[in-house]
Ligand binder design. Structure first.
Ligand SMILES: CC(C)(COP(=O)(O)OP(=O)(O)OC[C@H]1O[C@@H](n2cnc3c(N)ncnc32)[C@H](O)[C@@H]1OP(=O)(O)O)[C@@H](O)C(=O)NCCC(=O)NCCS
Length: 155
């Protein structure tokens, strides 16, 4: 598996189409244009995992603002799931984030039970519930993995 920054508009378009066809984005009604916008928003970076020249997965990180160190999206293409690629992409993002913040945040749709289990196994805990956050009728769980408080007190 190779990890590189996803920057070319053609590749971003192809990735956005793949994501939009998959849950949870499909179930939430987020189309390819929304997925593309998600990746192209300033202060975000997207990293892709490639296998044999194919896009196997991606992770988009926001490194700015109150929730600095926010995982905006984690996606593994269906044919590549269950082989540890998601865990590797997440570990890569965590390492980048932990260089400048002790917190890693992400949101996961409440109906996405397998992903919630996956994140819990990897140390994420529920920090709150955002009711009807993206669309009416579906909540987003805010999850956090932390190595400690933001401010270090001396006593
Ligand atoms: C969640 C996801 C990133 C995991 O990536 P992956 O490469 O399949 O994961 P790994 O091989 O590292 O680990 C396998 C785990 O993923 C879980 N998983 C979560 N959603 C899954 C899905 N839709 N299909 C298959 N496995 C899934 C498996 O149950 C397994 O969990 P376990 O080890 O606790 O049994 C990937 O399945 C995916 O892209 N799902 C659809 C998009 C999504 O839900 N993203 C998270 C949105 S916040």
């Amino acid at each position: 598996m190779k990890l590189t920054r996803l920057v070319s508009p053609g590749e971003i378009n192809a990735a956005a189409r793949l994501m939009a066809a998959a849950d949870p984005w499909r179930q939430l009604g987020l189309d390819a244009a929304s997925c593309r916008k998600m990746m192209r928003t300033p202060f975000r970076e997207t990293w892709k995992a490639s296998e044999g020249g194919n896009l196997a997965g991606l992770v988009t990180i926001t490194m700015y603002g109150t929730f600095k160190g926010y995982i905006q999206a984690l996606f593994v293409a269906e044919a590549f799931r269950g082989r540890g690629i998601g865990e590797k992409l997440l570990a890569f993002a965590e390492k980048k984030i932990l260089r400048s913040s002790p917190n890693i945040f992400l949101c996961v749709s409440s109906f996405n039970k397998r992903a919630i289990k996956f994140y819990r196994r990897l140390g994420y805990r529920k920090a709150g519930v955002l009711t009807d956050f993206l669309v009416k009728g579906h909540d987003e769980l805010l999850m956090r993995k932390t190595t400690g408080p933001v401010l270090k007190r001396t006593k």
